[in-house]
Write a protein that binds this ligand. Structure first.
Ligand SMILES: C[S@@+](CC[C@H](N)C(=O)[O-])C[C@H]1O[C@@H](n2cnc3c(N)ncnc32)[C@H](O)[C@@H]1O
Length: 284
């Protein structure tokens, strides 16, 4: 079960009021979404991953909060359309909790984690576009380097791009284990296993970001929130990646006519919250 990040702080920041409308753009395993409904808010829960939505549908069937929740599979890059279609326009609050839930990492079968060596390297949340394996097999060395450097800031990006291109001669990179071996090709024998795991993590994350166009989607979502929120309505964004946090910060700085902006204090003893940033934008 996914434990919601900074649940208390996020729910407080959204200032939930009975009967008002809220959109959870990343419903995931429902932690934040159920909290909003429990406090009397009506919620439109969106997730790009169909499995997340069907699991939530099963859970709300038997929940007393059922009448306050609508679920839709979709990409938050198209938030304005989804909000209008479901009559959640305008709304009093929008929540975005970026990244993946625990279940997607461990059980989705889509190759998000370097620990599941037999999984196919798909990584598409909504099954659209090119898979991670497609990118690894088709991009040239410069484009792979650019992808890793841009999305992960991994220092060995160039070496790894080169080792992937060498590894794939006469071989496919289809499964998680193939990518691990291709990365190992570029790391020296003496690289410590702890350091190796950090490299795997960054390279897997960089691929996931590219496959799902994560930075572009966040930018689109931020833009659309200007129209969707009522005056005084709040947008709460939780990020785990420094570049994503920068996107939100820059957006807030560039849109001082639309929003006031504050950053929540995110000091935490809990390991899954340590790298989180939470920003709250209030429409003026
Ligand atoms: C960290 S989880 C959210 C967890 C949720 N707050 C909870 O309490 O269970 C992030 C979710 O966002 C979804 N997601 C990622 N990118 C998305 C996008 N562009 N549009 C819609 N959902 C997206 C993922 O499928 C995942 O379920």
């Amino acid at each position: 079960m996914h434990t919601p990040v900074f649940e208390k702080e996020v729910i407080e920041a959204l200032r939930i009021q009975e009967g008002k409308k809220y959109i959870d753009c990343t419903a995931g395993e429902g932690g934040h979404m159920f909290s909003i409904a429990y406090r009397g808010g009506n919620v439109l829960g969106i997730d790009a991953d169909e499995d997340q939505i069907s699991n939530l549908e099963l859970r709300i069937k038997s929940s007393e909060l059922k009448s306050r929740i609508i679920l839709k599979q979709g990409n938050f890059a198209e938030l304005e359309r989804i909000a209008k279609e479901n009559k959640f326009f305008p709304v009093d609050g929008i929540l975005v909790d970026l990244g993946l839930s625990m279940r997607q990492l461990t059980d989705s079968g889509k190759g998000f984690s370097f620990k599941n060596e037999e999984e196919i390297l798909d990584m598409r949340l909504d099954g659209e576009g090119k898979s991670a394996s497609d990118l690894l097999m088709s991009l040239n060395k410069e484009s792979l380097f650019d992808l890793f450097a841009r999305n992960s800031e991994e220092l060995s990006s160039e070496v790894i791009a080169e080792s992937i291109v060498r590894f794939r001669i006469g071989r496919k990179i289809e499964k998680v284990g193939d990518l691990i071996r291709a990365i190992d090709y570029g790391l020296t024998q003496s690289t410590q296993s702890e350091r190796k795991e950090k490299v795997y993590m960054r390279i897997f994350q960089a691929l996931r970001i590219e496959v799902n166009k994560e930075f572009e989607n966040v930018q689109k979502l931020l833009e659309s929130s200007k129209e969707i929120l009522v005056r005084g309505g709040r947008l709460v964004v939780i990020t785990f990646h420094s570049r994503e946090d920068r996107i939100v910060k820059m957006f807030a700085q560039d849109n001082k006519n639309y929003f006031t902006h504050m950053r929540l204090n995110t000091k935490s003893e809990r390991s899954f919250e340590r790298s989180a940033h939470v920003r709250v934008l209030e429409k003026i």
